[in-house]
Design a protein around this ligand. Structure first.
Ligand code: HEM
Ligand code: ISQ
Length: 147
């Protein structure tokens, strides 16, 4: 079975919950990434050299973009069964920053934990799987653009 309307709506409603506390959720997201991959800190221009994760408009904007793109990927999967990168430069940016395949697993785990935190008692396995499938499809498209 393809990506369902139910899955798309689970993603879009929890994305709304995520945005309601963009600051807190963004800090949570980065904190988990840096716990799992401390060296990744220096990849981010806005975290490099700082002690720990400092909340800032830039940090929120970047984290918000990642969740927004995954939510958009869920819409694409539902509508067309596939994900096309809207931004053709995403592959090159990630290569240039030194991002490697295992990083995508780290970011996925952090994203799923953040969504669990953000959705509170609305969280379910089904909701988590809906995010995971959309993330995997988007990550595959980015990795393809990186080759
Ligand atoms: C840059 C999205 C995976 C590290 C970017 C940008 C976008 C983006 C839209 C452009 C700049 C921005 O606005 O942030 C995504 C999405 C991903 C993904 C949707 C997964 C589906 C990763 C992974 C890493 C990573 C796995 C490695 C930890 C970075 C870095 C930048 C960047 C270091 C440059 C940020 C800067 O310093 O300006 N990403 N990314 N990304 N991404 Fe990703
Ligand atoms: C990956 N790419 C761009 C921005 C990001 C912000 C937080 C965590 C991972 C990211």
């Amino acid at each position: 079975m393809g990506y369902t309307e139910k899955q798309e709506s689970l993603v879009s409603s929890s994305y709304e919950s995520f945005k309601q506390n963009l600051s807190g959720n963004s800090v949570f997201f980065y904190t988990i990434i840096l716990e799992k991959a401390p060296a990744a800190k220096d990849l981010f221009s806005f975290l490099k050299g700082s002690a720990g994760v400092q909340d800032s408009p830039k940090l929120q904007a970047h984290a918000g973009k990642v969740f927004g793109l995954v939510s958009d990927a869920a819409g694409q999967l539902r509508a067309t069964g596939t994900v096309v990168l809207g931004d053709a430069t995403l592959g090159a940016i990630h290569i240039q920053k030194g991002v490697v395949d295992p990083h995508f697993v780290v970011v996925k785990e952090a994203l799923l934990k953040t969504i669990k935190e953000a959705s509170g008692d609305k969280w379910s396995d089904e909701l988590s799987t809906a995010w995971e499938v959309a993330y995997d499809a988007l990550a595959t498209a980015i990795k393809k653009a990186m080759t």
